[in-house]
Unconditional design. Structure first.
Length: 423
């Protein structure tokens, strides 16, 4: 079996290599193709990946390449973790909106919208190359904004694709740990970075109301500064929200914090990345360093490699993934992409039907899904009017005047990556 990682110069790649090594007995990968367009990062990260594999003693070749064809040809699984425009583009997504009193964030609001505009056309190109070089391969995508990328690819290509995020696993496990219910069945529903826990069942009893009464929060990710929800707020929502929902529920507070934070998260990540690359360059290093945890990708490889293992070995396991709804949430269309529990096997993901009665959760997901549909259309057509219609559906972008001015500046700032938006 050949496994391909596109965007392998990412400092997250050692996470994936660690996962591949750990699962080798059930996932006999014979070749890992590491592909990136950044020669320096590919060489440094790829060098560590080679040392990790050699040190593990598994029978597997690691090849470094800057050629899509060489990386993709004959692959069974293609993992994609690209960042179009690299971290400097992220910094622009975070800082330009602040001038217009809009939240600048990697996946939420106008920052996430522009990341989608840059990313979706490139992902469509990758899928075209997969059709040529590995037509039967599975595309496992971690590229953000994961839900919007999945919405575009699953509606506009025939690729076998599953979108992934590490938030669901961390969120579910943190709630189980807080309630001391490690064997509970947790119902997790929503969209990528806009999700809720709506049921916590154990031995025939639903513990959700107890959790709400206690004001149980989900664990915040390292990459977002979370203040947490009060018991009153949690009870008003009637479900446990993902920490990303703080951007939607506390926008004034979040904007104020961002306006007074000296460095954006992207600028912090640039520094962290250079520290990690310096570490990775040390020839004696042959394992994933602990410092990688600061980057915010906790349990990233566990999510990814376990998913591939479930497909390859037809395990019929339950994983939370980004897939077409197909009736799982009866208040959304079948072709809407949702982040939900699904049974994973050799045929991919079969979403598990959820029974949501919480009207607030239903209405919020419907609103942001309407936004996502418009964003994908704007990404494909380069139509500003479509982007403005998207903006009106999202509380973080609904100031039409500020959004329009910010949009124009961001199109200029990112124009080398936005050929679809004509001047």
């Amino acid at each position: 079996m050949k496994l391909c990682i596109i965007g392998a110069g990412s400092t997250y790649t050692p996470e994936l290599i660690e996962g591949i090594i750990a699962k080798y007995q059930t996932l006999p990968v014979k070749e890992i193709a590491l592909m990136d367009i950044d020669e320096r990062k590919l060489s440094i990260v790829g060098g560590l990946a080679k040392r990790m594999v050699e040190n593990s003693g598994i029978d597997c070749q690691v090849k470094l390449t800057m050629s899509y064809e060489e990386a993709l040809r004959g692959s069974s699984f293609v993992m994609v973790q690209i960042r179009v425009g690299k971290l400097p583009a992220r910094v622009l997504d975070e800082k330009i909106p602040l001038k217009y009193h809009l939240i600048g964030q990697e996946t939420c609001g106008i920052g996430g919208m522009f990341k989608a505009f840059r990313t979706i056309p490139v992902m469509l190109d990758i899928v075209k190359m997969m059709e040529q070089y590995c037509p039967d391969a599975w595309l496992i995508n971690f590229t953000n904004p994961s839900g919007l990328v999945a919405q575009a690819l699953l509606n506009h290509t025939n690729v076998k694709m599953i979108g992934l995020c590490n938030v669901p696993l961390n969120m579910i496990d943190s709630i189980k740990k807080t309630l001391n219910l490690n064997e509970a069945e947790v119902e997790y529903v929503g969209l990528n970075h806009l999700s809720y826990v709506t049921s916590i069942r154990y031995q025939g009893k639903d513990y959700l109301q107890e959790a709400l009464a206690q004001g149980v929060n989900s664990e915040a990710m390292k990459n977002i500064p979370a203040s947490g929800f009060t018991p009153e707020q949690i009870q008003a929502i009637g479900a446990i929200p993902s920490s990303y929902l703080e951007y939607y529920y506390f926008p004034a507070q979040k904007l104020e914090k961002l306006l007074h934070t000296p460095k954006s998260r992207g600028e912090v990540c640039i520094e962290l990345e250079e520290e990690l690359l310096a570490l990775y360059s040390q020839q004696e290093l042959h394992e994933k360093p602990a410092q990688l945890s600061k980057r915010g990708g906790a349990r990233y490889s566990e999510v990814a490699i376990n998913l591939i293992n479930a497909i390859y070995n037809d395990l019929q396991e339950v994983h939370v993934v980004n897939v077409l709804n197909n009736g799982a949430l009866d208040f959304l269309a079948d072709d809407d992409v949702v982040e939900i529990s699904a049974i994973i096997g050799k045929d991919g993901a079969k979403p598990i039907k959820a029974h949501i009665t919480n009207q607030h959760v239903i209405e919020y997901i419907q609103m942001i899904k309407a936004y996502e549909r418009h964003v994908v259309k704007a990404a494909l057509t380069g139509d500003k009017a479509e982007a403005m219609r998207a903006a009106l559906m999202n509380p973080l972008t609904s100031d039409m005047q500020n959004f329009s001015a910010c949009f124009d500046e961001m199109v200029q700032a990112h124009k080398q990556y936005l050929p679809q938006f004509k001047e």
